[in-house]
Design a protein around this ligand. Structure first.
Ligand code: SF4
Ligand code: SF4
Ligand code: SF4
Length: 262
């Protein structure tokens, strides 16, 4: 990148904007960072005139509407690097739950008259455009974001260490929930979050998505054979953040018309 201040944007598609809140939570360290960059768009703080092109665009949220998809394609065409942040953008997020159910029934549940309402399958951002880096989590880990943002601003695409959640969980000397019979997905989920869930005695639901190279089928079988969980119980946890189809990339396993009874 040139001597000019790098130009960045932090944009939201459809989501709760919690990942942007995590970024704001950096406080003074965010202010220090903004001295080194030009922010073209940061919707949660203020609307600004957008420059023609960006160096780095961070995208939060799920591309659900046609406007979302058009927006992310337009940004991709105008940025050197595009980085997705959060489970919504990286995995499809909670909105992707719909893919694993009867979509029409879900729509009827909310709208009495749904004529003219689009009801697409939910996909992560990488389904629509090239993504240079994914920073997953729900919400993202602000420390990881800050580290990655500094690297990206320097023109380097950082590599997120491929370690499971168990690695950080064990460093914190937590008692293992899986060994106590709870359905913790930690062994096959990408770490980097600091294992906040098992540290609070709550099993890891996989908001950071699958760890590359994890022996997923093996772990899945262990959950069933050793710990006695049913495949449906395991699938329901993997659906929570839109991860189920990412766990079995070839061939994709998306149970059709699986209806979660309320
Ligand atoms: S990943 Fe979680 S915190 Fe971030 S925008 Fe989506 S729902 Fe909100
Ligand atoms: S509690 Fe979960 S994350 Fe922690 S060591 Fe056990 S399986 Fe791994
Ligand atoms: S422990 Fe699991 S569910 Fe919790 S933040 Fe980390 S990856 Fe997400």
């Amino acid at each position: 990148m040139s001597n000019k201040k790098p130009s960045i944007a932090i944009v939201s598609l459809t989501c709760c904007e919690g990942c942007q809140v995590a970024i704001l939570d950096l406080g003074e360290r965010l202010l220090e960072l903004t001295e080194k960059i030009k922010i073209g768009d940061f919707a949660l703080i203020e609307d600004r005139a957008e420059p023609e092109n960006y160096d780095v665009v961070f995208v939060e949220g799920t591309p659900i509407t046609s406007q979302n998809v058009a927006r992310v394609k337009d940004l991709r065409a105008r940025t050197k690097l595009l980085v997705t942040i959060g489970a919504c953008a990286c995995l499809g997020g909670i909105a992707e739950l719909k893919n694993y159910q009867n979509k029409e029934q879900r729509l009827r549940y909310v709208y009495k008259n749904f004529e003219g309402i689009a009801n697409p399958d939910i996909r992560p951002v990488r389904y629509y455009v090239k993504v240079d880096l994914e920073i997953p989590g729900c919400p993202i880990n602000k420390e990881e974001f800050l580290w990655a943002a500094k690297e990206l601003i320097a023109g380097v695409i950082p590599k997120i260490p491929q370690r499971p959640v168990c690695y950080e969980c064990q460093l914190k000397r937590n008692e293992c929930l899986l060994q106590k019979g709870e359905p913790c997905l930690g062994p096959m989920i990408l770490g980097g979050c600091g294992a906040p869930c098992p540290s609070s005695a709550y099993p890891c639901d996989g908001c950071r998505g699958p760890l590359k190279g994890a022996a997923i089928n093996n772990f899945n079988n262990k959950l069933k054979e050793v710990y006695g969980f049913s495949q449906q119980e395991i699938d329901l946890i993997m659906q929570r953040f839109g991860m189920l189809d990412d766990m079995y990339p070839s061939p994709p396993v998306i149970p059709k018309n699986k209806i979660i009874k309320k």
